[in-house]
Design a protein around this ligand. Sequence first.
Ligand SMILES: Nc1nc2c(ncn2[C@@H]2O[C@H](COP(=O)(O)OP(=O)(O)O)[C@@H](O)[C@H]2O)c(=O)[nH]1
Ligand SMILES: [Mg+2]
Length: 307
Amino acid sequence: MSAIKTLINKQNRKVSIAIIGLTNSGKSELVKRILQSDEHILASVGNTSEFEFQMFGNLTLLTWDLKNSIPANKALWKRSILGADALFFVVDTIDRESFDLNRKLLLELVYENFPIRLLILGSKSDLPSSASVGELINSLRLMELDSTKCKCDLFKYSSKTGEGLYAIEEWLNKVLFKQRERIINYIKIAACMAFFEESNTQMGAILDDTPNISLLTIMREVKRKIVIFSRTMRYHDIGEEVIKIANYKVIIVKLHTKIVALIVGSNDSIPRAIEIAKNIHKVIHPYNDQAVKLHKIISDLYPLDIA
Ligand SMILES: Nc1nc2c(ncn2[C@@H]2O[C@H](COP(=O)(O)OP(=O)(O)O)[C@@H](O)[C@H]2O)c(=O)[nH]1
Ligand SMILES: [Mg+2]
């Protein structure tokens, strides 16, 4: 389950997210990534050429292919897209020629529908020519948007590597469920696993003093997940994935040829876990696994984070 799907399915209500953007901006890939379509999708309908929706449990994802202007007068647009609980506007960060048109569409959207809350998503962050956040802000002239009419945030993400998806989940949590950002100083790391692609070796450490059977089983499952993750990410230098197994969350971070997975509590902060995983990356090595054990690294550096 993706973190976003898990978040929505935890709520006792239906949630619809509208994802709009030009054709090819990356909407369908994002839907696939959120729904992780190995699981059964309950409904998938293409009513018109531009509109699609997919449902999974409490979550409905609606996508709309934008053309040269915002379809202000269409009933379907108003009912489905503007009526959704959250609105994502996807911009292809490698298609610089589309920035002007995206800018025009954004203005139309805001000035016809204010006040509006928007999450602008720069897709394809995994590609080398991807525009930076700064370039996007300038090109889309986001600073000039009237803040009384539009409250917007901007993140970059990749449907291929998973980078940035946890930030989207945090945003939904904050905006949709009015929950405070989960700024917790520490998390509970139950176990950690590292995988070195070059030597094809793994090292693992259980940090929970009283590991139960389920944690041991989860470790085995994580081992398997890391190998699969490594295969899917083989052409990518950076990747992130968050999965839920039983009562734990597993945060997997790849940097270059190393992968680190942290098994944390299901309510722990994902950004904090990702930050720790990235720090562990810096200090582990395939060659010193005997001398420097993961357990020691974590207990020295993050004593409060141990379960
Ligand atoms: N490298 C990369 N390619 C992507 C990403 N998202 C989408 N694409 C590719 O961009 C093209 C258009 O994506 P799609 O989701 O179908 O766009 P849509 O028309 O907005 O639904 C496809 O070839 C996708 O494989 C991404 O995050 N990274
Ligand atoms: Mg599509």
